[in-house]
Write a protein that binds this ligand. Structure first.
Ligand code: SF4
Length: 395
C-alpha cells in the first residue's frame, strides 16, 4: 500500500486531566459565573434560533452571546447551570446530550451559494448524524475539531484535526492534522472516510486532545486507508487551498447568483448583544455562525439586506471589510477573568477609537496565556499592569 511521506512528529504533551471544553451541561466556571457552550454543526443556526439565544443570554447569562473561534456560541455569567441546560435542551439546542462536546464541525459558510467547488452542507449533516449515532465517539475530547471545506480553503485554514476538502469533480480528500492526507474518495464515500478516520483517532489517541500534538497522523491515515480499501497517494498541497483571512474577506454584502444577498457581519470582540440577536431572528433566513467572530445571513431580498445594514451597522455590527475592528481581538480580561491585569476589551476599544493601533492583526491579552490569540502572525499587546501593555510582534 502506497503511503505519503511521513509528517514530522511533535513531542506529545502530557495530559493528566480531561479537556475543559464546556458544553451545555458540563460548564466551565469563570470569575463571572459559569460558561455554557452551544454547538451548531457547520455553524448553521436559522434566524429564529437567535431569539432563543437572546432568551438564554438574558435569563441565565450576562445578556450577551459570545462567539468562539470554533464557530460555537457561549453564554457567560451563568448562575443556574441546570436551569440553563434544561432551557437549552427544551428549545432544541441540545439534541445529542451524550455527544454534545464532540460536535465541533466547521464548514465553509458560503458553501452552495457563492464560490467553492461543491456544496458541503449535506455532508456536514450526514457526518454529524453518523458521529452522534456512534456511542464510542461520545468520549472524544471537546478539543477535537472537524471541518468540511468546499475547496476554497477557508475552514481548512483553521487546522482541523480531521476533515474533508473538496477537490472538484465530486472528489474529496481526507484532512488529518490540518493538512490534506492523500486519501481521495468520491463524494458518496467522503463521510464514511471521515468517520473511519474519527474512529481510528478514538482508538489510538490515548490521552491526547489534538491529532497534530499526538504525533499519530500517519497512523490514522494508514488505519483509514486500510478500512476504506483506498491507497493513500500524494497529499495535496495545503497552500493550494489557501484563503486570505476569511474574517475580513468574507464580510459585508455578497451577491448570490440567484439574485438574493448574503450579508456577513463582524462582531466586536465576538460579542452579539441579545437585542441584536432578536433583530436577526426577525429576518427568518438561514444564518451561519463562523469561526471568525462573524455571522452570515443568507438569501435576503435586496431591500431587506439594505434595511439590515441600516439598522445593524449603527448598533455595532461590522459590514465594512476595512474596519479596524475586524483585525483586533482581545481575551475576556477584567472583570470576567481574575488572571487579567487589565480590562483588555475596554483598552482595545479605546485604542481603536483613538486610531493608534498598528495595521494588521492585533491581539490584547490580560496575561501570558493569550486566550483567543489569532492564528498566524499578529502584534501582541500583553498587559503588564492596569492599562499598560508590552507590545511585540509574533510570527
Ligand atoms: S489570556 Fe489570561 S487574562 Fe486573558 S482570559 Fe485568558 S487567562 Fe484570562
Amino acid at each position: 500500500m502506497d503511503m505519503p511521506a511521513s509528517r514530522p512528529e511533535s513531542p506529545r504533551p502530557e495530559r493528566d486531566r480531561p479537556d475543559g471544553c464546556p458544553g451545555a451541561r458540563r460548564v466551565h466556571v469563570a470569575a463571572d459565573g459559569a460558561i455554557g457552550r452551544l454547538r451548531f454543526p457547520g455553524g448553521s443556526l436559522p434566524a429564529p434560533g437567535f431569539a432563543v439565544l437572546a432568551d438564554l443570554a438574558e435569563s441565565f447569562g450576562d445578556g450577551d452571546i459570545h462567539f468562539t473561534s470554533r464557530g460555537n456560541v457561549q453564554i457567560r455569567g451563568i448562575r443556574d447551570v441546570s436551569g440553563f441546560a434544561d432551557a437549552a435542551e427544551e428549545a432544541g439546542m441540545l439534541p445529542h446530550p451524550a455527544h454534545d462536546r464532540v460536535r465541533n464541525i466547521l464548514q465553509s459558510p458560503m458553501t452552495g451559494r457563492v464560490g467553492g467547488l461543491d456544496d458541503v452542507s449535506e455532508l456536514v449533516h450526514a457526518f454529524d448524524d453518523a458521529l452522534c449515532a456512534d456511542e464510542s465517539l461520545a468520549s472524544l475530547p471537546g478539543r477535537t475539531l472537524f471541518a468540511i471545506d468546499d475547496g476554497r480553503g477557508d475552514v481548512l485554514g483553521e487546522a482541523p484535526d480531521l476533515g474533508l476538502v473538496a477537490l472538484g469533480g465530486g472528489e474529496y480528500e481526507l484532512v488529518v492534522a490540518g493538512a490534506p492526507a492523500g486519501i481521495s474518495v468520491p463524494r458518496e464515500r467522503a463521510v464514511p472516510a471521515l468517520l473511519s478516520a474519527t474512529r481510528a483517532w478514538a482508538e489510538v489517541r490515548g490521552e491526547a486532545w489534538r491529532v497534530a500534538e499526538s504525533g499519530l497522523a500517519d497512523r490514522i491515515i494508514a488505519m483509514t486507508s486500510e478500512a476504506m480499501g483506498v491507497d493513500a497517494g500524494e497529499a495535496s498541497d495545503a497552500e493550494s487551498f489557501a484563503f486570505a483571512h476569511p474574517g475580513t474577506a468574507q464580510i459585508g454584502w455578497i451577491d448570490q447568483p440567484d439574485g438574493l444577498v448574503s450579508l456577513a457581519a463582524g462582531l466586536r470582540f465576538g460579542v452579539l448583544p441579545a437585542r441584536l440577536a432578536r433583530a436577526i431572528s426577525h429576518t427568518r433566513v438561514p444564518v451561519h455562525v463562523t469561526p471568525w467572530y462573524s455571522l452570515i445571513l443568507h438569501d435576503l431580498e435586496e431591500p431587506v439586506a439594505e434595511q439590515v445594514v441600516r439598522v445593524m451597522a449603527p448598533n455595532g455590527l461590522v459590514f465594512d471589510r476595512k474596519s479596524t475592528w475586524l483585525n483586533v481581538s482581545a481575551c475576556t480580561g477584567r472583570p470576567g477573568c481574575p488572571k487579567s491585569l487589565s480590562d483588555t476589551r475596554g483598552d482595545a476599544a479605546h485604542a481603536i477609537a483613538q486610531a493608534r493601533l498598528p495595521e494588521g492583526r492585533v491581539h490584547f491579552s490580560g496575561c501570558e496565556r493569550r486566550c483567543g490569540k489569532p492564528k498566524g502572525g499578529f502584534v501582541d499587546y500583553l498587559a503588564i499592569d492596569d492599562g499598560e501593555y508590552e507590545v511585540t510582534s509574533v510570527d
